[in-house]
Design a protein around this ligand. Structure first.
Ligand code: PLP
Length: 468
């Protein structure tokens, strides 16, 4: 009998790092090997990953936030299997997909709840960055202006348009001239926004209600006033909810935490995939959509080949269904509040912790040079002399090596580590994480100690964990 695909795949196990070194990205492999993250994962289930040695890992990185339902959610999988078994027509392109219509109906219903925003139209794409590119084009087309405002520390994706809105030069350096006519303003600074809007030449202000790179949350009243200022200046407010949207912060959309916020465009992606199929969406109003698709001649003037494909739409529909049935936004609010409170409490007895911040299941710990202990100050300084951005590894590395918990450094050269747990993480798993965190923060205060030793070795090799 001919060998089945999965048997064949199993027989290849163990070749991944060698293959990636040879054919994909050797620098990435080097980084993983340096920090000892070069595992062979063979299975994922909910919040857990399993490797070929039989070890179990708690995944709080969740594929940069896409596994909001955990991995391989059974109810999403069943729907995908049913769709696959049906020989659907898929992407005829000269028809209208029922599945896409149904996803749009659900998305717009949730986006318009508790908000005056008239968000009844959707454009589907295949990633977060593509949804931001769409938002930029829609805003420019609708307003006939071209300037785009974005925030310091923002992250909106890495294609040329969204890259121009990146709050850090690190991602832009070496890639040539970015999209012109953009301006960076500080986050949570209404005076700066008002001033930037003064010339009335702005097409859009693109902002993350909770910033992915910093876990900074929009201040109360900030987005509502930003809405008003944008409207007054004839600019659009774009809420980039690629990371913070779809239940993660405890509401369907993060902008819904505050009254009076009326984004003209909302970008989503990541979680909408159900952890299975790439998908993104630009949610907007009829006025904006109709300005782009204003005639039969222009009806596909912004379009893509894979958008609305059946598997992506079925994943999205199943995901929204699971989120509704299991009330995952409310669950994220409850669990996130508990986790942030516990971490804040732990932080009080760790001199390295500056702040624990975030909203719902999107939170981070910001570290700083300790003010009290001379010994801890000296340890901090010595490490920073060796390598400016490596301190976060004193937490990330022991979390992985001693507790098998996967987490991430939030940004390039920052002292912030971030957690994006699944919205349906079990109470026991969350408790396991919090206990581990307590031990890791305790270990940080033992100088000399194993956490410092390991990271000093890494620092000498100039290792940074990949940040996104
Ligand atoms: N916008 C935000 C807020 C993000 O966090 C990201 C990705 O991390 C993106 C856009 C880009 O999404 P993608 O990586 O799917 O292109």
């Amino acid at each position: 009998m001919k060998q089945g695909f999965l048997d064949w795949l199993d027989a290849q196990q163990g070749r991944q790092y060698e293959l990636h070194e040879r054919h994909l990205n050797p620098a990435f492999v080097k980084m993983l090997r340096t920090i000892g993250f070069d595992k062979s994962y063979i299975r994922g289930q909910g919040e857990w990953l399993f490797d070929s040695d039989g070890h179990r890992y708690l995944d709080l990185l969740t594929g940069w936030g896409m596994f909001a339902l955990g991995r391989n959610h059974p109810r999403v999988r069943v729907i995908l299997e049913e769709v696959l078994s049906r020989d659907m027509p898929n992407l005829v392109r000269m028809d209208c997909s029922l599945l896409a219509g149904l996803v749009a109906e659900k998305l717009t219903r949730h986006a318009s709840t508790h908000s005056g925003a008239k968000l009844s139209r959707v454009f589907f794409c295949n990633s977060g960055t593509e949804s931001v590119e769409g938002a930029i084009k829609f805003a420019r087309c609708c307003t006939r202006k071209s300037r785009i405002l974005f925030c310091d520390h923002a992250f909106h994706g890495l294609t040329m348009g969204s890259l121009a809105l990146n709050g850090s030069d690190f991602f832009r350096d070496r890639f040539g001239d970015p999209m012109p006519n953009t301006a960076k303003i500080p986050f949570n600074d209404l005076a700066a926004l008002e001033q930037a809007l003064h010339g009335k030449d702005v097409a859009a202000f693109v902002v993350e209600p909770v910033q992915g790179k910093t876990c900074e949350v929009a201040a109360d009243g900030y987005l509502a006033e930003a809405s008003r200022l944008c409207r007054k200046a004839g600019a659009l407010l774009v809420a980039d909810e690629v990371q913070c949207g779809l239940g993660r912060t405890g509401k369907w959309f993060a902008f819904q935490h505050w009254p009076g916020v009326e984004p003209d465009i909302v970008c989503v992606a990541k979680a909408l995939s159900g952890g299975y199929v790439p998908v993104g969406a630009v949610i907007t109003s009829p006025r904006i959509m109709d300005s782009v698709f204003d005639s039969m001649e222009h009806c596909v003037v912004h379009s893509n080949t894979f958008g609305q494909n059946d598997l992506a739409m079925a994943s999205a529909l199943a995901t929204l269904q699971v989120m509704e049935e299991d009330r995952l936004p409310a669950n994220a609010a409850r669990l996130g509040e508990h986790a942030i409170a516990r971490l804040t409490e732990m932080g009080r007895s760790c001199p390295f912790v500056f702040e624990v911040r975030g909203k719902g299941m999107m939170f981070g710990i910001d570290f700083r040079r300790p003010e009290s202990s001379l010994k801890l100050k000296a340890a901090w300084d010595a490490l920073h002399l060796l390598n400016e951005g490596v301190f976060s590894q004193t937490v990330i590395v022991p979390l992985m090596h001693e507790h098998r918990i996967l987490a991430q450094v939030a940004g390039y050269h920052t002292e912030l580590i971030k957690f994006l747990p699944p919205l349906n993480i079990g109470d026991e798993a969350l408790e396991y994480f919090l206990t581990a965190m307590e031990q890791v923060l305790g270990g940080l205060q033992r100088v000399p100690g194993s956490a410092w030793e390991t990271v000093r070795t890494l620092a000498r090799g100039a290792a940074q964990q990949l940040t996104r």
